[in-house]
Ligand binder design. Structure first.
Ligand code: SF4
Length: 275
C-alpha cells in the first residue's frame, strides 16, 4: 500500500490490478505497458490483464493511522477478466475493508452494472467479526463511485450506482470531456413523479418518509481533467465545470475540483468533502 498524491486520498491499495476497458487515457495501463513500478515484474504482453494479488490483501490492516484509501487505482475491481478462484477476489477485498473499519475506502468503476450485481448479493460482518449477524449491503466505511467522462457514460452508469446499496455514493468526472447534465441523478426530488411531488407539497408524508424518499442519492462529485499533453487531449471549458458546480449546489452535493483544473478554473478551487 502506497502514499498517493491523488488530491482526495492519502493512500492507494491495489489488491486487484488491470482492466479490460481499454480507455485511451488510462494511467494504470501506461504504467503497465512501460513495465514500471509494481508492473515491472509482470509477464510481458499480459501486464494489464486483471489479476488478483493476494499477498496485498492484508496491507490496510497493518496501517493503524486512519487513512482515505483509493482501492484499485491501477485497474478496475469489476472489470471482466478475473478467472478461476480469483473471481472471488472482490469478496476478499470487501472482507479486509470491513476488518480495517478505521479506514475509509474509496472505489471507482466503469463497470457499474457489474458492481451493482455483485453488491446486491453481498453481506458483511460489522468490523469483520464473524460472530456478529451479517448485514446485507456495503459497509459504511466504503464509498462507491462510477467514473464518467461524458453524457453517455453518465446515463449508462449512474443509474446502476444509484441502485447499489452503498452508504456513500460518488461520481468521478475525470477526465471531463464534454458538458454534462447530471442534475436528475443528484437530486432525488427531480426523479419524483408529479403526484409524489404534489403529496410532498401537501405534507402527506412525515419527515421519516420524505427522508427515505430522498435516498438513494449521490453525496460527492469529483471533477478533473486529463493529465499530460498528448495529442487529442480535451481541455475542459470553464463553463462545463461551472455547470457541474451549479448542479451540485442545487442538490446540496459536495463538489471537489482536482488540482489539475487550476489553470482552467482561474480562481480558488472548490474542494469539499462529502458529509
Ligand atoms: S476503466 Fe480505468 S483502469 Fe480500466 S482502462 Fe479505463 S481508466 Fe484504465
Amino acid at each position: 500500500m502506497n502514499a498517493t498524491n491523488i488530491d482526495w486520498a492519502t493512500r492507494s491499495w491495489n489488491p486487484i490490478v488491470g482492466c479490460l476497458h481499454n480507455c485511451s487515457f488510462c494511467y494504470g495501463r501506461r504504467f503497465a505497458e512501460r513495465g514500471m513500478g509494481e508492473y515491472g515484474k509482470h509477464p510481458k504482453g499480459a501486464r494489464f490483464k486483471p489479476r488478483f494479488l493476494p499477498e496485498r490483501l492484508e496491507e490496510p490492516l497493518k496501517v493503524r493511522k486512519p487513512s482515505r484509501i483509493f482501492v484499485c487505482s491501477m485497474g478496475d475491481m469489476f472489470s471482466p477478466g478475473l478467472t478461476g478462484p480469483d473471481v472471488l477476489a472482490p469478496d476478499k477485498v470487501l472482507y479486509t475493508m470491513t476488518q480495517a473499519y478505521w479506514h475509509t475506502f474509496l472505489l471507482l468503476t466503469k463497470h457499474a452494472s457489474e458492481m451493482y450485481l455483485w453488491a446486491k448479493g453481498v453481506a458483511y460482518y460489522p468490523r469483520g467479526d464473524s460472530s456478529q449477524r451479517p448485514i446485507s449491503g456495503l459497509p459504511p466505511n466504503t464509498h462507491w463511485g462510477v467514473s464518467v467522462t461524458n453524457q453517455q457514460d453518465a446515463d449508462e452508469r449512474i443509474p446502476w450506482l444509484l441502485k447499489t446499496p452503498a452508504a456513500l455514493r460518488w461520481i468521478s468526472v475525470e477526465p471531463l470531456q464534454a458538458e454534462l447534465n447530471i442534475a436528475e441523478y443528484l437530486d432525488p426530488w427531480r426523479r419524483a413523479d408529479g403526484m409524489t411531488r404534489q403529496f410532498i407539497k401537501q405534507g402527506v408524508f412525515n419527515s421519516d418518509q420524505t427522508d427515505s424518499m430522498r435516498s438513494p442519492t449521490v453525496q460527492w462529485v469529483v471533477v478533473g481533467q486529463e493529465t499530460g499533453n498528448r495529442a487529442g487531449r480535451v481541455v475542459p471549458e470553464r463553463a462545463w465545470i461551472a455547470s457541474i458546480v451549479a448542479q451540485c449546489r442545487a442538490a446540496d452535493v459536495a463538489v471537489f475540483m482536482k488540482g489539475n483544473l487550476a489553470g482552467v478554473w482561474g480562481e480558488e478551487l472548490i474542494q469539499e468533502m462529502p458529509k
